[in-house]
Write a protein of this length. Structure first.
Length: 306
């Protein structure tokens, strides 16, 4: 990992493809190809005929065709990764913001960041909002913090982007998506132990990291606990995504496609959740807090409306 200070004082890092390859989550990678999680072990099978045959034979006959397909895909993907070291640029950035909660909003470096709260949960469970994991705004309490992050994978030349054929193009795109996530994994590890330093003694294996056995969460924009794509503009205001090559469309889509951004929380009790369905009352309130027209907000949150 190489690091530098961004123009706004944020941390900017660069990774090599080979450095990130061990952190690829092969379950999600294979899922993108329609292959079930139980075949993810294909990524770790020794590439000799005896080992490959033995691994395929370990599955019931009905599953052996997909097991063989998983082996072929993982073998092709590992070979493709070797060619991408000089073809892709992987960058990330991180900013540690002074934070406080104010109802269902966060204040990040003084910028109001509205959030949504669950309304439909099982009996006995609280209706969660991400602001619950940050101290309230009170003069007599210690300062709290929230991290903002982004990563992107950018082709350095047309070969990496176009490939030689449709299959190669899809390999590069799906690997780029997973490399962007692997970069977040590495960045979050560095943040927990050093940049933020709230877990300096953490010692986890890569499988434990991929199983999210660390303290804290990192919800990305568009994910269930942070479903409003428009908040990406608030993150951009604080993090300046262009410093790692991310451009935003008018609707908040990121280019290059293999990009991700979101928030990092350190609270020991923080956990992922889905906002799920919200009613018209919360939608109206949220639109007011976001300072956006109600109908525009309705378009952004269409999948959360009953």
């Amino acid at each position: 990992m190489e690091q530098e200070v961004g123009t706004d004082g944020s941390l900017v890092v660069s990774y090599g493809v080979g450095e990130l390859a061990p952190y690829i989550n092969w379950i999600y990678y294979l899922h993108a190809w329609g292959i079930k999680p139980r075949f993810a072990g294909a990524a770790f099978v020794h590439d000799c005929p005896a080992c490959r045959t033995a691994w395929v034979k370990s599955f019931p006959v009905a599953d052996q065709a997909q097991a063989s397909e998983a082996l072929r895909l993982c073998s092709d993907s590992r070979q493709q990764l070797l060619t991408l070291e000089q073809q892709l640029q992987v960058k990330g950035c991180f900013h540690l913001a002074r934070a406080a909660s104010c109802g269902d909003d966060l204040l990040l470096d003084g910028v109001r960041f509205p959030l949504l709260r669950q309304q439909q949960v099982r009996d006995g469970e609280p209706c969660l909002c991400l602001s619950d994991f940050v101290r309230p705004l009170r003069e007599d309490e210690a300062v709290d913090y929230v991290g903002l992050f982004a990563t992107s994978v950018t082709p350095l030349n047309q070969t990496a982007e176009a490939g030689d054929d449709p299959y190669s193009q899809l390999l590069v795109q799906t690997l780029s998506d997973r490399l962007a996530e692997a970069a977040v994994e590495c960045l979050h590890l560095y943040v927990r132990r050093q940049a933020w330093g709230y877990a300096p003694e953490e010692q986890l294996t890569i499988p434990e990291l991929l199983n999210e056995q660390f303290q804290g969460i990192r919800p990305a924009v568009g994910y269930p606990s942070l479903p409003d794509q428009s908040v990406i503009f608030l993150i951009d205001h604080l993090l300046h995504l262009r410093q790692i090559g991310i451009r935003l469309t008018e609707r908040g889509a990121m280019h290059p496609h293999a990009s991700t951004c979101g928030l990092m929380f350190a609270h020991p009790s923080s956990r992922y959740f889905a906002v799920g369905r919200i009613d018209e009352e919360q939608l109206v309130d949220y639109a007011l807090r976001r300072g956006l027209p109600l109908e525009e907000m309705r378009r952004y949150l269409q999948s959360n409306l009953g």
